[in-house]
Design a protein around this ligand. Structure first.
Ligand code: 6GU
Length: 225
């Protein structure tokens, strides 16, 4: 999958070079680049924001640098163009899986009080939010989308990682995990996990999964959002 992020703060994305996503970038399963919107400003000081028409607090990102940046990165509209915004559709396991079906995704990150509506109207396919709270920019949200979506791209998870049992994969929370030692600070690993009986282990985990979901996220069981 090819991912392009358009941002005023490209260095913020350096942290994607770690762990599973970093490995996927190094191996070529993900082709990732953060593109600096400022480089496309035609202003002599490369200014990218201005005061809002109609007044009000803060600054608005101007249309021109963003428009030119999008058209330089994606001249033939081959990317799904997403604007990161608290007004967008809320990210979920389902939306991550849907977005992972695209070969190319472009994520536009706003800052300040937002971006000129006209560039959204002209260029953007969909808007995505990561939850009902406001962040100071779209960058952290874009990283959440990149991580959450990439995990569903073929080859990004190694053979030892998997979606199979993880939370939300079957509409429930994942069972608790344990590793060595068998006893820590007086707390023992549940006996059933030590006995090597795969059928019993599976049924123990399914039961824990149901219990946890019922206690912590009853909304998942009743089919509500
Ligand atoms: Cl995508 N952007 C910003 N600025 N705030 C958010 C968000 C996005 N999602 C939740 N809050």
């Amino acid at each position: 999958m090819k991912i392009r992020v358009l941002t005023l703060f490209p260095q913020m994305f350096d942290c994607l070079n770690e762990s599973i996503i970093g490995r996927a970038i190094k191996s070529g399963k993900l082709d990732f680049a953060a593109v600096d919107i400022r480089a496309y400003s035609k202003d002599k000081h490369q200014k990218c924001d201005d005061t809002p028409y109609g007044g009000g607090a803060g600054m608005v990102m101007a249309a021109q640098p963003i428009y030119d940046c999008i058209n330089a990165v994606d001249p033939n509209h081959e990317y799904l163009r997403i604007y990161m915004s608290p007004k967008g559709e809320r990210l979920s396991d389902g939306l991550c899986r849907t977005l992972a079906k695209n070969n190319n995704i472009l994520l536009l990150c706003g800052h300040y009080e937002g971006v000129d509506q006209r560039v959204l109207d002209l260029c953007i396919d969909r808007e995505v939010s990561i939850g009902d709270y406001v962040l100071s920019g779209g960058e952290l949200a874009a990283m959440v989308v990149i991580d959450g979506v990439s995990r569903f791209v073929d080859g990004v998870l190694g053979s030892f990682d998997s979606h199979e049992d993880e939370s939300f994969s079957n509409g429930m929370l994942e069972y608790p995990q344990y590793t060595r030692p068998p006893e820590f600070m007086g707390l023992k690993v549940p006996e059933v996990l030590l006995n090597g009986n795969h059928k019993e282990i599976a049924s123990f985990r399914a039961q824990k999964s149901r219990e946890l979901t019922k206690r912590l996220r009853p909304d998942l069981l009743s089919g509500e959002e």
